[in-house]
Design a protein around this ligand. Structure first.
Ligand code: NDP
Ligand SMILES: O=C(O)C1=N[C@H](C(=O)O)C[C@H](O)C1
Length: 246
């Protein structure tokens, strides 16, 4: 495996590789990681590393294995798409690199396999269906409310370019609520939206609505930084950023 000489000034920095750097989340994450005092952008993965892309990023790759082997990052931050995130995370584990899974659309079986990979290798990882603190609180409150109002439905609303349906957040919310009733999920995709979710509860002569709105992708960035720092201490795979908060 080729090695990369790291300048003394960068030796204690967490070296992050970002997959999907040209996407909506990826662009925001590149700015955030570059501005974080304890992090170094080790390289980025894009679909095609052409001249145009090289003008904007240093350390650009279009082959995940080459990025992993050449740059040897500490963390693999995946912000790609449902069809690629799964193989990327498998590759990260195979190269001893900690995954922070921001992309959604993976299945329960993928999470189970990542759990096994983490416990066999001792390499921690974290899958975060939602990095926004308000969304984590919404899920926490919904879980609490479901104990008292078990009949509920979820409406998730997103921008019309979103590829997966239902959203990772809605799937996670329903899984956390664990009521005796099935919780239907309704998906809305419209231009103008960013990322929003309502959890509606129905009781006897009353309803309760818990709603969260991400109004811009900046809302996800404090959580991205927290996950990239926190994963360095993990020795297992965890599902949900709240594992690093409460
Ligand atoms: N956890 C969270 O809080 C959040 C999660 N998300 C999730 O993050 C993911 C990205 O969202 P968003 O930024 O809006 O989506 P975008 O479509 O804007 O970005 C995805 C990027 O990944 C790139 N990509 C896809 N496949 C590959 C590949 N094989 N190799 C390299 N690059 C690839 C795409 O390139 P190209 O355009 O050329 O196809 C694109 O630049 C989604 O799964 C979304 O659900 C989004 C917001 C918050
Ligand atoms: O694609 C998005 O935009 C988002 N995806 C995540 C999800 O699927 O839950 C998180 C957030 O809702 C934004």
């Amino acid at each position: 495996m080729p090695s990369r000489r790291i300048p003394v000034s960068q030796q204690n920095l967490i070296r992050i590789a970002i997959a999907g750097a040209k996407g909506r989340m990826g662009r925001e994450a590149v700015k955030t990681i570059e501005a974080a005092p304890d992090m170094d952008l080790a390289g980025v993965l894009v679909r095609r590393a052409d001249e145009d892309t090289r003008q904007f990023f240093t350390g650009v790759y279009d082959d995940p294995v080459r990025l992993l082997e050449t740059e040897q990052p500490d963390v693999w931050l995946d912000l790609t798409t449902p069809d690629t995130v799964v193989s990327h995370v498998d590759l990260a584990f195979a190269h001893g690199v900690r995954p922070v899974v921001g992309a959604t659309g993976y299945q329960e079986a993928d999470l189970a396999r990542w759990n096994d990979q983490a416990s066999q290798t001792g390499i921690g990882g974290i899958a975060c269906p939602n990095f926004a603190i308000g969304a984590l609180l919404m899920m926490r409150f919904a879980k609490e409310a479901a104990k008292w109002m078990p009949r509920a439905e979820i409406i998730e609303l997103h921008h019309d370019k979103k590829k997966d349906k239902p959203s990772g957040t809605a799937i996670r919310t329903a899984r956390e609520m664990e009521t005796e009733y099935e919780i239907p999920i309704h998906s809305v995709r419209l231009p103008g939206l960013v990322a929003h979710q309502e959890v509606l509860f129905g009781g006897t002569g009353e309803t309760l609505t818990i709603r969260h709105d991400s109004l811009s992708r900046e809302s996800f960035m404090p959580g991205v930084v927290l996950a990239c720092r926190g994963v360095m201490q993990l020795r297992q795979m965890v599902y949900g950023l709240e594992h690093l908060l409460w």
